[in-house]
Write a protein that binds this ligand. Structure first.
Ligand code: ARG
Ligand code: ZN
Length: 443
């Protein structure tokens, strides 16, 4: 009889784990149907940087190495892309002839891993918190944020700083020391009159880079727990975990490789979406951005033409201009590439405080590396490729002293398996903590 019981229990646990570990994407059956992934082989002559720039401009490059380029080809662009490549005598082969099926098989493989992992830790009486185990839909993020605020009312304030083009909320989460513990410590630490250090962190500017909002949500959760326990809570922390909710939602419903927001095209039959990381001042419209609405790096009609960038800019400006705050650090999370990038991004000219930027980047990277020994590279953003109108150059011009665009795991794909969500968070939280300490010790 006890055998029957333990069998039943096991089945129950497995069912619970399967449930906790799986977030089903609705309308999954229609996402990326008929879209393809191609691989182009490059000979020495085509890997010249001028030719590479032309490829980047005209194709949606998912990944490149010295001898090949992997591109995403939307169903509606199969023949035009074929013509483009043939015109340049570039050979290609089809790696995935239906991205929808490809995504489904990846998901099935991850499900199998997640279910067995979750079942294992549940057996020890502890089921892992789902937010560390899975990517959330935008709706799940909203619930997560409201939950956090109601659970920690003394340390978390959730606000809506604007609406996306399609009307979704752009959330800001402020994390802070509770007024009770602030009053207790204000006697010993004579911080009165001194502006408090502040940090602004965003994620999800680019829709398909799912690990970015996942990491920022984990960071803000951990920072909240710290502040509630009254440890490591010397800053005012501002998180904007999802800057591009429309694009993100679209990656769940229609196209896993969507990058831009979902602004409707100025002309009928034109292409949707503005690249939210090409829409900022002071260098809007310069190199590495496009005026063609169909391009992945379309910059929009004017600087801050998009409600998403306008909301973020307004918040950052308000914090920077608040005399009670000293906005010292800006972090913008993207993927992939494992890079810690500092300004300038629009030019390979050196930023006036390049030495400080590089030092801070190394502090972040050294702490990060100490966690899982994963290599990230610290470099000037424009060394990757110059791109103007990005958020980092705006932040640096505000001015903010320590400004970084962090390209998270891995070095191959936007489709980071979900068992790496927690690992990516852990190493970057260490980097973030070290950088914040470094920033206040220098000022
Ligand atoms: N992958 C990022 C992008 O394309 C890099 C941005 C780095 N910053 C810059 N100003 N170039 O938006
Ligand atoms: Zn990005």
């Amino acid at each position: 009889r006890s055998d029957v019981f333990s069998l039943l229990l096991l089945l129950l646990l497995a069912a619970a784990a399967a449930d906790a570990g799986t977030v089903k994407s609705f309308k999954e059956e229609k996402r990326n149907v008929g879209d393809q992934i191609w691989s182009l082989s490059l000979d020495a002559s085509t890997s010249k940087s001028s030719d590479m720039a032309a490829l980047h401009e005209n194709l949606d490059v998912l990944h490149y190495s010295s001898d090949s380029v992997t591109i995403f080809v939307r169903k509606t662009r199969l023949s035009i892309t074929k013509e483009f490549l043939e015109g340049r005598h570039l050979a290609y082969n089809v790696v995935e002839k239906d991205v929808a099926l490809h995504l489904q098989s990846l998901q099935a493989a991850e499900d199998a891993v997640a279910i067995s992992r979750a079942a294992e830790s549940c057996k020890e009486g502890q089921c892992p918190r789902p937010y560390k185990q899975d990517y959330m839909t935008f709706e799940q993020m909203e619930w997560f944020l409201r939950d956090l605020e109601s659970q920690y009312p003394d340390n978390v304030k959730l606000s809506t700083e604007g609406k996306s083009r399609e009307g979704r909320n752009i959330y800001l989460v402020r994390v802070f020391q509770s007024s009770a513990s602030a009053a207790r410590s204000s006697g010993s630490v004579s911080s009165r009159g001194q502006p408090r250090p502040a940090v602004f962190i965003d994620g999800g500017i680019h829709a398909r880079e799912w690990i970015a909002p996942a990491t920022v949500l984990n960071m803000l959760m951990k920072q909240t727990e710290n502040c509630a326990a009254n440890t490591d809570c010397d800053y005012e922390y501002y998180f904007m975990p999802m800057m591009n909710p429309d694009g993100y939602e679209y990656t769940w419903t229609n196209d896993r490789f969507w990058r831009k927001n979902r602004s409707p095209p100025p002309l009928k039959n034109d292409c949707f979406g503005t690249d939210l990381n090409r829409n900022w001042n002071p260098q809007w419209g310069n190199i590495g951005s496009s005026s063609n609405t169909c391009k992945e790096i379309y910059r929009g009609t004017t600087p801050f033409s998009e409600p998403e960038t306008t909301s973020a800019k307004n918040v950052m400006t308000r914090i920077a201009n608040n005399p009670e705050l000293d906005l010292l650090v800006y972090l913008s999370y993207h993927s992939f590439g494992q890079l810690v990038l500092y300004p300038w991004g629009y030019t390979s000219d050196l930023a006036p405080t390049k030495a400080d930027l590089e030092k801070g980047g190394n502090v972040y990277n050294n702490a990060l590396k100490g966690v899982h020994n994963v290599p990230y590279v610290v470099q000037q953003a424009a060394e990757l490729y110059p791109a103007s109108g990005a958020s980092d150059d705006f932040a640096y011009s505000l001015p903010i002293k320590y400004v970084y665009t962090v390209e998270l795991r891995n070095t191959r794909s936007f489709l980071l398996p979900r068992n790496e969500i927690a690992l990516t968070f852990e190493e970057n939280y260490a980097g973030y903590m070290a950088l914040l300490k470094h920033a206040t010790s220098q000022s």
